[in-house]
Design a protein. Structure first.
Length: 277
């Protein structure tokens, strides 16, 4: 007759660790759900969709994780050492198939649900009447270029780049379309209007990021990468580089200014007047 053994120290430790993981998961979920540990409020519709998708993923995976840890704690306690001889087991094929299929359905379902937001960001282009802006990253600054009243960007070529003369984009001085181009160290956009931002890099890979937009896109040398967004709240927001781009990477920052239409036009006139001096 087998004697019933008391709970051992190793069993207690295993069960305690499982329960602590459950507590840690619940606390983490609470921090994200109450937005005590989260990005600042999104100012775009697509940003709010991204946040909602993140929360859905967190809730579903959190529930699965808590359930699995509680099941693990129960198994450790239920099948603790009681003095009986151990026996080999080849598992349960039915259970393995069930949890594999369930996991696949869960992750495929999350991916399918999120594909609309992904497609909106990466596959749908900006509207033809979107505000056109170019952004260039270079160690360790951001510069932004606006077309003048003619609405056309001038041609650019690396041989015309001259930082000392303020020609950071290498605008061809003989191209009439580039005579009224405006280059600034800040980016300003009108509220509730779609913006087409074309990213480029002068030297190494930089990461253009505005947390409130939920936009993060690398600027790669030799490539022009389009990003589009519509800011829905006026304000001043930090533009950061999130790719390690050199010794002074931490200094590479700018600001996004979101104005109403009148404020945006005033800002453009002010920048043009300043550039003409």
């Amino acid at each position: 007759m087998l004697r019933k053994r008391p709970v051992t120290g190793s069993t207690t430790v295993a069960v305690t660790l499982s329960l602590l993981l459950v507590v840690f998961t619940v606390i983490t979920f609470w921090l994200f759900w109450t937005k005590r540990w989260w990005f600042p409020e999104s100012i775009t519709a697509i940003g709010r969709e991204i946040d909602a998708q993140f929360m859905r993923t967190l809730v579903i995976t959190g529930i699965v994780f808590v359930a699995s840890q509680l099941a693990l704690a129960w198994v450790v306690f239920r099948y603790r050492d009681r003095g009986q001889r151990a026996s080999n087991s080849h598992g349960n094929n039915t259970m393995e198939i069930l949890w594999t299929v369930a996991t696949a359905i869960l992750f495929v379902g999350l991916g399918v649900y999120a594909q609309r937001s992904w497609a909106e960001v990466h596959f749908r282009g900006a509207a033809p009447d979107a505000v056109q802006i170019e952004a260039q990253g270079q160690q360790f600054k951001w510069y932004f270029r606006y077309p003048g009243p003619d609405g056309k960007f001038g041609r650019t070529d690396r041989k015309f780049v001259d930082d000392s003369a303020g020609n950071f984009f290498g605008v061809d001085p003989d191209d009439p379309d580039g005579k009224d181009d405006l280059t600034t160290p800040l980016i300003a956009v009108p509220i509730n209007r779609e913006v087409q931002l074309t990213l480029r890099s002068k030297d190494v890979i930089h990461g253009f990021t505005v947390r409130e937009l939920r936009v993060k896109q690398d600027a790669v040398p030799g490539m022009r990468i389009p990003v589009h967004f519509t800011a829905e709240q006026a304000g001043r927001y930090e533009v950061a580089c999130v790719e390690l781009c050199g010794q002074n990477h931490h200094q590479m920052r700018s600001f996004l200014l979101v104005f109403d239409d009148a404020g945006y036009q005033n800002w453009l006139r002010e920048q043009a007047a300043f550039s003409a001096q």
